[in-house]
Design a protein around this ligand. Structure first.
Ligand SMILES: [Zn+2]
Length: 624
């Protein structure tokens, strides 16, 4: 059967932009199954852990020998073969012979499978792996690609050494695979048979799957031991897993095939489909893997070194006397005493001497204007200069120096970004006032004048050409200003966990972004009384998978400590210790994706003693 070669232009001409996912974690079929996510386009992927296995078959065909040990870096793999409804999202005519929305795509030639990988990468803001002229695969890109043959067999085996992922019994194959004896001479919707131990379906049978590698019969004799990628030359590409028309023999885990009919990669038959993979989280060097694997696994798309785990991080600290000159009304919770409590605590505990003190400068108005209207900036300046008592609403009391403090607060964040980006520090904490996450483009709100974190975000994107920024906001209040700023922006993943219902009234779970920014806002509203376990669950189950899929280039924390159990405004039951655990999770994400780059910025937190203790805990983890 022939598949059209004309799809390429159609595929390439698409300009679909699907915002990158907020993903939800799914439980695998077994408790020991690897972590899984669902991408924004609804595709389930399983995290295949890095490790080694014995590749090939002792009793198999000649091309399965010699059996040899292969080391692989971790990767994500589609739980199912790519199905027709998924392919049709790209408005491409479906080449499949056996039609059905959940049936595997087939009659797909290798080149078009690679092209699909590129389109899916682009749709999610990832770097495509394939050069569409030469079809060379860039394994350093963070987008989708076809699995290497070794990745495919490793995932199929899922730790087993038997003929099939369930053992050696051909009789059992019916439970796991559609093959010649039970398929009725057709494909079937994916996922109907039992999965393998890692939760992957249809690894045996249904349709054979394209691998990235070129096929060579004798490749195993010369294959490198780490992340093998097949021979450089060869007309045929590898096919794995067997199909609806296969014998049990050719559904084996080690069975290797190629399509002998293929000499120009532009032929395909109705027993051939594919599934995609993507590079997994990078490991830290020396984390137990062999040296070469670790090095391969830790290579950064943007280059540069990685913070060695176990070494102390240099942590920057921004504070300035002008922040104390922003005077609120007597009895107002957002008082200068907050910063005094923090700095005194750090000195008393000896932390102050270990921090790298960064002297802030006022933010140039150019950067304020990336977030705020010029007229609002001027209005705020004049209100302070003229001695007004409040700005916009009664909860924003101001003094004559408040504007200068606010400009320096935003400037402090820019200073911290510079220090991190220049490598002078690994991460930084900004003890600034007034806070920022409620501030809107044209209005002060909730003790906030300028949105410090939002301004920092635009700064790091524009000044340092970084594409994707993750903002983690654990203040007890929803950061409505930050959300509004980036609501339709797919380059910023805004994650907020907060008390709800509560001030400012926004932050429901259904607020997920808009337009291109759909699914790059994630809200976790929690009822009053929520505790450490609720926060940790939100971070583990909602933040981490979404961050992994997003792969940030930089991380900001809107660090409010008013979810503390003793806070005077918030109604949550978070302990001091928990802020360290939350920090640890965010730090893990930053180390995995962006060399540990974190700038954390103080938002709320009103019980002085507990605020200071929580900041200290937060800093101790940042400095770890
Ligand atoms: Zn707050």
């Amino acid at each position: 059967m022939r598949a059209s070669c004309g799809k390429r232009a159609g595929l390439c001409g698409l300009a679909i932009l699907v915002a990158l996912s907020g993903c939800r974690q799914k439980q695998g079929p077994e408790s020991s199954a690897p972590m899984a996510i669902t991408t924004s386009s609804g595709i389930e992927m399983v995290l295949i852990p890095g490790g080694s296995f014995r590749m090939g078959g002792v009793a198999g065909n000649d091309d399965e020998k010699p059996v040899h040990t292969v080391w692989l870096a971790p990767f994500w793999m589609d739980r199912y073969e790519v199905v027709q409804e998924e392919f049709r999202k790209y408005q491409i005519s479906d080449p499949s012979h056996f039609k059905g929305t959940r049936q595997p795509l087939e009659q797909i030639n290798w080149t078009d499978a690679a092209l699909y990988c590129n389109e899916r990468s682009l749709a999610e803001g990832l770097e495509p792996c394939y050069d569409e002229d030469t079809w060379a695969c860039n394994f350093d890109a963070n987008g989708y690609r076809l699995p290497t043959e070794a990745e495919w067999e490793y995932a199929c085996r899922a730790g087993t050494t038997s003929d099939y992922s369930f053992g050696n019994s051909v009789a059992q194959l019916n439970d796991y695979a559609w093959h010649a004896a039970n398929s009725g001479a057709t494909t079937h919707p994916v996922g109907q048979k039992k999965p393998n131990p890692w939760g992957l379906y249809d690894m045996h049978g249904n349709v054979a799957e394209w691998c990235n590698d070129r096929y060579a019969k004798d490749y195993y004799g010369a294959s490198p031991g780490e992340n093998p990628r097949g021979p450089d030359e060869g007309q045929e590409r590898v096919l794995r897993g067997g199909a609806w028309n296969s014998s049990p023999e050719s559904c084996r885990s080690a069975y290797r095939a190629s399509d002998p009919a293929i000499d120009d990669t532009c032929l395909a038959n109705d027993a051939i489909g594919f599934r995609c993979v993507r590079n997994g989280p990078r490991e830290t060097p020396g984390a137990g893997s062999k040296q070469g694997v670790a090095a391969g696994a830790t290579r950064q798309a943007s280059g540069g070194e990685i913070m060695a785990s176990g070494s102390k991080s240099k942590t920057g600290f921004v504070c300035h006397d002008i922040y104390l000159e922003h005077k609120t009304t007597p009895g107002h919770p957002e008082s200068p005493r907050r910063l005094a409590a923090i700095t005194e605590r750090l000195k008393a505990g000896g932390l102050d001497a270990q921090l790298v003190h960064l002297a802030p400068e006022p933010a140039p108005e150019k950067w304020l204007r990336t977030i705020h209207d010029a007229r609002y900036i001027e209005r705020a300046r004049r209100a302070c200069a003229e001695g007004d008592a409040i700005l916009d609403t009664g909860d924003n009391p101001i003094s004559t120096k408040s504007y200068d403090a606010a400009v320096m607060a935003a400037g402090g964040v820019l200073t911290a970004v510079d220090a991190v980006m220049e490598g002078r520090v690994a991460n930084a904490f900004c003890a600034v006032r007034p806070p920022g996450h409620h501030a809107l483009a044209d209005r002060a709100m909730g003790f906030c004048m300028f949105n410090n974190v939002a301004i920092g975000t635009r700064y790091v994107q524009q000044q340092y050409d970084l594409a994707k920024v993750l903002i983690v906001d654990w203040d007890v209040h929803h950061g409505n200003g930050t959300q509004a700023t980036f609501y339709d922006d797919p380059s910023v993943l805004y994650f907020s966990v907060h008390q709800y219902p509560f001030y400012p009234g926004t932050g429901t779970e259904s607020e997920t972004g808009r337009g291109k920014g759909l699914n790059t806002t994630i809200n976790v509203p929690l009822p009053a009384g929520s505790d450490d376990s609720d926060y940790l669950e939100a971070f583990e189950k909602k933040l981490r998978p979404a961050a992994v899929a997003f792969a940030p280039d930089f991380v900001f924390v809107s660090a409010g400590f008013d979810a503390h159990e003793n806070d005077t405004l918030g109604g949550m039951r978070v302990t001091t210790d928990c802020f360290g655990k939350l920090t640890r999770i965010v730090k893990g994400i930053a180390e995995q994706f962006c060399k540990g780059r974190i700038v954390s910025v103080l938002e709320g937190g009103y019980g002085l003693e507990d605020l200071a203790a929580s900041v200290e805990t937060h800093l101790r983890v940042l400095m770890d």
